[in-house]
Design a protein around this ligand. Structure first.
Ligand code: ZN
Length: 359
């Protein structure tokens, strides 16, 4: 097997108050040329004092990204069209400020500003023809690993798929990792999103497709998650710092997932459940597949006094159960990673529906 050539994010600034360095980072990169920047900002921050701390100039555009729904390819197309029509010159830089959804939108926009055609043409592996616009990621929520990954997940309604633009061009060029920015995240959301790191890494380590560097990063990310979620205050300054590092390591590792993510994707497709909370709903019934991690997950949930919804799939129509099954079993690679070539014999339709009924 050919060994993969791996790229990571080129540069990062890490630490409390790091966001103040954005102006200096831009100056170093563009000298005094006053770059034309596009800021993609989570609409949660509209009207907040965070905007006043960003070096936004009259050349720049600020787009507020709504995170009610996960991003669609058509959203990217319309945003790119809007950016080009409103631009006073060439765009030099795209800056994403937000959680996984906003970071993914920023990455996709930067890709589409240099690659022709609709966004859906580039969903898949290494389809982008040209390097993206220089882009900076400023996460305000930790856990998805989007800040460090080489993909941006988009829903393609026409084709009925959820797939990223997997490419080295999708990676951010620069990160500003400031744990102060996650201080205002609501507790539940902080837990659900943070658990995404724990689950990515746990599924990767329990699978059969392995890589020594991915294993080492995953192990460290899990250790950090344990420190965070088994402590008294998961959102203390030190724990927000730990969680930001864990998310970054998890994103760099981006190993192969297992049983949790396919079933979670089923919930997202069939019921519109957001990724982080969907993962936790699935993990709540994973006693059979991941017994020790299930116990640890329950301990973390109790320690943090966080509720994970139950009975979400207790009373659905036969058509909905069919859809849950179909949109989970289609994720062959992770299911093979976790259960082997014969995963369909283990996760039969009957078995899978009985698992969903417990959620
Ligand atoms: Zn995930």
């Amino acid at each position: 097997m050919e060994l993969k050539n791996t790229r990571n994010v080129d540069q990062y600034v890490f630490g409390s108050g790091a966001v103040k360095q954005l102006g200096g980072v831009l100056k170093t990169r563009f000298y005094d040329l006053r770059p034309c920047c596009v800021y993609c900002v989570d609409s949660f921050f509209e009207g907040s004092d965070l905007l006043g701390r960003l070096p936004i100039s009259s050349n720049d555009q600020v787009l507020f990204i709504n995170t009610v729904d996960e991003p669609k390819t058509t959203l990217i197309d319309s945003l790119v069209e809007k950016i080009i029509s409103q631009s006073k010159g060439d765009i030099d830089c795209v800056i994403g400020v937000g959680g996984g959804i906003v970071l993914d939108v920023a990455k996709a926009i930067a890709n589409m500003l240099t690659n022709d055609g609709p966004a859906q043409d580039y969903q898949g592996w290494d389809l982008l023809k040209h390097p993206a616009i220089y882009k900076i990621g400023i996460p305000t929520l930790s856990g998805t690993g989007s800040e460090a990954s080489r993909t941006c997940i988009l829903t393609n309604v026409e084709k009925g798929i959820k797939l990223g633009m997997n490419s080295d061009y999708t990676l951010f060029d620069q990160l500003i990792l400031d744990p102060d920015l996650t201080a205002t995240v609501p507790r539940e959301q902080y837990f659900y999103t943070g658990m995404d790191t724990y689950l990515h890494c746990m599924e990767s380590l329990r699978g059969s497709y392995r890589n020594a560097i991915v294993d080492a990063l995953s192990q460290k990310a899990i250790d950090l998650c344990r420190e965070v979620f088994l402590s008294d205050d998961m959102q203390s300054a030190q724990n927000r710092e730990r969680m930001m590092i864990a998310s970054y390591f998890g994103g760099c590792a981006a190993g192969n997932v297992g049983v949790v993510h396919p079933l979670s994707a089923g919930l997202s497709v069939a019921l519109g459940t957001h990724h982080g909370i969907a993962n936790c709903i699935v993990m709540n019934v994973m006693d059979e597949f991941y017994p020790s991690e299930y116990k640890e997950f329950v301990a973390m949930k109790i320690k943090q006094n966080v509720d994970v919804p139950s009975a979400v799939c207790a009373d659905l129509t036969p058509a909905q159960y069919e859809q849950l099954f179909a949109s989970s079993i289609c994720h062959e690679k992770p299911l093979k990673n976790a259960l082997g070539e014969n995963f369909r014999d283990i996760l039969t339709k009957e078995k899978m529906i009985s698992i969903f009924k417990r959620m």
